[in-house]
Design a protein around this ligand. Structure first.
Ligand code: 13P
Ligand code: SF4
Length: 315
């Protein structure tokens, strides 16, 4: 009984915060973009929920004055690059990405000098500075398509080595890998997945391409977060093992309620650092506003626009 009362009071507090955010959003003509890995309560305040590619497309299209990002910093920077006149807010500076931090301008310049004939393909999980010295961006949803679209015989792919290896297997081009990884995905191990598969032999495995190669080999379908619901809806199976960040199953259970989703996952602390009270504070005090130098915006935009052109009909 006591337990029930406590959870009801927590629920009503978050309900009040949701109503407040919805009110502030109207007052400030703000749009709220939410990544699939966010806490489930953030889905309630969203104008759009999706993967990195879909979020970029929405950020480019909106006519709101403010874009508030419930995701991580590189996503908010992409929104600023695509909508430089708008105020772009990231509620907390804790929402970084250790994978994006593994790609520095200095290291990229050195590799570019070593392979001057290669095109630089930067995963969107990079800073705007890195994008500004890249030829084209990609997301997990379009990485293979982007690499195959290029006239170059050789590409430098950064910063995720697992996604890079996955691309290598789906292209005839030479792919120069970068030694970066997402700790959330990279530490998921194939032996434990094998045990899951033995326990649930009828379940299909859907995995994010940031997972290690040996784990992807055990999967029935490899795709970014935006492709997971599409696969679960179209596939005949009832049960799925979802191999990615833990928040993804919350989203899949909402989108495909008629199917069962088991999580083989880790939590991304960066994605979970955005909370409703921080969103309220952000909308009231304009914190933290993303600011980028003009030359970075101009050059990063070229790399992002090239990707969007290729993926026009994807999201
Ligand atoms: P998606 O583009 O598949 O949503 O992935 C973003 C991300 O950060 C994966 O770790
Ligand atoms: Fe970065 Fe990995 Fe978190 Fe995605 S899941 S935001 S790649 S640390």
């Amino acid at each position: 009984m006591e337990q029930k009362l406590i959870s009801q009071s927590i629920l009503s507090d978050s309900e009040k915060l949701i109503q407040l955010v919805l009110e502030l959003k109207k007052q400030r003509n703000a749009v709220i973009l939410v990544h699939n890995y966010q806490r489930p309560e953030m889905f309630r305040i969203a104008d759009y929920i999706g993967d990195s590619l879909g979020l970029s497309i929405k950020a480019a299209e909106t006519d709101a004055d403010i874009i508030l990002f419930c995701g991580v910093r590189f996503m908010a920077e992409t929104a600023k690059v695509l909508s430089p006149k708008k105020t772009v807010l990231l509620p907390t500076l804790d929402a970084g990405c250790s994978l994006a931090d593994m790609a520095t301008v200095e290291k990229l310049m050195a590799i570019k000098n070593k392979y001057p004939d290669a095109a630089v393909v930067s995963y969107v999980n990079t800073s705007a500075e890195v994008k500004a010295i890249s030829d084209i961006c990609c997301t997990s949803a379009n990485a293979v398509e982007v690499v195959n679209s290029l006239p170059h015989k050789r590409v430098i792919f950064l910063p995720d080595k697992n996604l890079g290896k996955y691309v290598q297997q789906h292209t005839k081009k030479e792919v120069v890998l970068w030694d970066g990884y997402c700790f959330v995905h990279d530490k998921l191990d194939a032996d434990t997945l094998m045990e899951f598969k033995q326990k649930y032999p009828d379940a299909k495995v859907i995995a994010h391409p940031e997972c290690k190669e040996e784990l992807l080999k055990l999967s029935d379908h490899v795709c970014g977060t935006g492709g997971m619901a599409k696969f679960a809806k179209s596939d005949g199976s009832k049960d799925f093992i979802v191999v990615t960040e833990c928040g993804m199953t919350d989203k899949l259970r909402q989108d495909v309620p008629e199917k069962n989703f088991l999580s083989f996952c880790n939590i991304c602390p960066y994605m979970k650092s955005t909370t409703l009270p921080l969103v309220v504070k952000s909308l009231v005090q304009d914190i933290h506003e993303i600011k980028l130098p003009e030359h970075i915006i101009i050059n990063a935009r070229k790399a992002i626009d090239r990707m969007l052109e290729i993926s026009k009909n994807a999201a």
